[in-house]
Design a protein around this ligand. Structure first.
Ligand code: NCD
Length: 343
């Protein structure tokens, strides 16, 4: 029996994304990263790179604040040869009360080829996607998901560690309110990694592991020092004050959950340090942990952000208008031969 395939290659969440697609996007991100790095290292302009999205228009609709994600989507689209239309909450009709669905329909009616959307509404990207026939890419929707952040985080981890199966990744902080934690948890779960979620009980619900397909690979901890033992990587998160994160006072939080100098010195030399940004230096992470530690890959995450968004934009546009299967990016090669780690 023929499987009925969705016509529009929306990229809304990591949950339910076929693992072949996830792996394919990680591989594509790593390839884009290497090509961009070669251009930069050789002092060459990236103008010589192929422009598969020439003539396409990407609408970047950011209804919530963003630096890294918004700019990297724009850089990614331009590197692929597309034109970019930028729309923000302030200065657009959403400030006059227009719904997300109407904003999406308006942009689609102008003939844009893909809509990148960030919104404070959990599930907002799906609302937009249901309203239009143009691919919608979720750039972060409320507390729900931030799927391109997961692709870039997995690409950085894979670049350093190789296959993630059996690796231990610690995610620290405001798990309950973080869309990054949610998308990363789903991605790590699909790739066979062990995830330790750490934070105060108010910010790490004990039932959280049940969001994942394989809950037994996820554990909840309230003691950071214990959770860091034997970790391959630690992802520090910001307190999402805009989503009413609360409970512990700032000074209690720092004592218990900050990646501080003493914790840094106890960390295994090879434990990678990640943070999706923006960092609140002095709260969840100190300057030393963020910058000086040899194993901090925070700026590499930013670099990989461009590559990952190139991979996702290309995937969405390539599969628009038919021939789309969610697993179309998975190649036998990506399944059999994980990239060689750089250390
Ligand atoms: C994250 C986000 O917006 O969810 N940042 C990002 O996209 N780089 C995390 C955060 O805001 O703390």
């Amino acid at each position: 029996m023929l499987e009925s395939l969705p016509q529009v290659p929306d990229f809304l969440q990591i949950r339910d994304l076929p693992t072949t697609t996830l792996r394919g996007l990680i591989d594509a991100s790593l390839r884009h990263r290497d090509r961009l790095a070669e251009c930069h290292a050789g002092g060459n302009s990236c103008a010589s790179l192929p422009k598969p999205l020439a003539g396409k228009i990407i609408a970047n609709c950011f209804l919530e604040d963003s630096t890294r994600t918004r700019c990297s989507f724009e850089v990614a689209a331009r590197r692929l040869g597309a034109d970019v239309l930028n729309l923000s909450g302030v200065g657009s009709s959403t400030a006059k009360g227009e719904t997300l669905a109407d904003t999406a329909r308006t942009l689609a009616a102008m003939g844009v080829d893909a809509l990148v959307i960030r919104t404070s509404a959990s599930g907002g990207a799906r609302l937009a996607a249901d309203a239009i026939e143009v691919p919608v890419i979720n750039a972060g929707d409320g507390r729900h998901e931030h799927p391109t952040q997961a692709i870039l985080d997995m690409a950085v981890l894979t670049r350093h560690l190789g296959a993630l199966e059996g690796r231990t990744v610690v995610i620290v902080g405001d798990i309950a309110n973080s869309r990054v934690a949610r998308s990363d948890t789903h991605a790590l779960n699909a790739l066979g990694a062990m995830v330790r979620l750490v934070g105060p009980p108010t910010l790490v619900p004990s039932a959280y592991p049940l969001i994942a397909a394989v809950p037994s690979r996820i554990t909840v901890h309230h003691d950071l020092d214990e959770a860091l033992t034997g970790a391959d990587a630690v992802i520090m998160l910001r307190l999402q004050l805009e989503r009413a994160a609360g409970g512990a006072t700032a000074s209690d939080y720092r004592t218990q959950y900050q990646l501080s100098e003493p914790r840094l010195s106890r960390l295994c030399k090879n434990t990678l340090i990640l943070h999706p940004g923006p960092m609140n230096r002095g709260t969840e992470i100190t300057h030393t942990a963020a910058d000086a530690a040899e194993n901090s890959v925070i700026l590499e995450q930013v670099e990989m952000g461009v590559a990952a968004r190139m991979a996702v934009l290309e995937w969405a546009i390539r599969h628009q208008g038919g021939g789309y299967s969610q697993s179309s990016l998975g190649t036998p090669q990506s399944l059999e031969r994980p990239p060689t780690p750089i250390r």
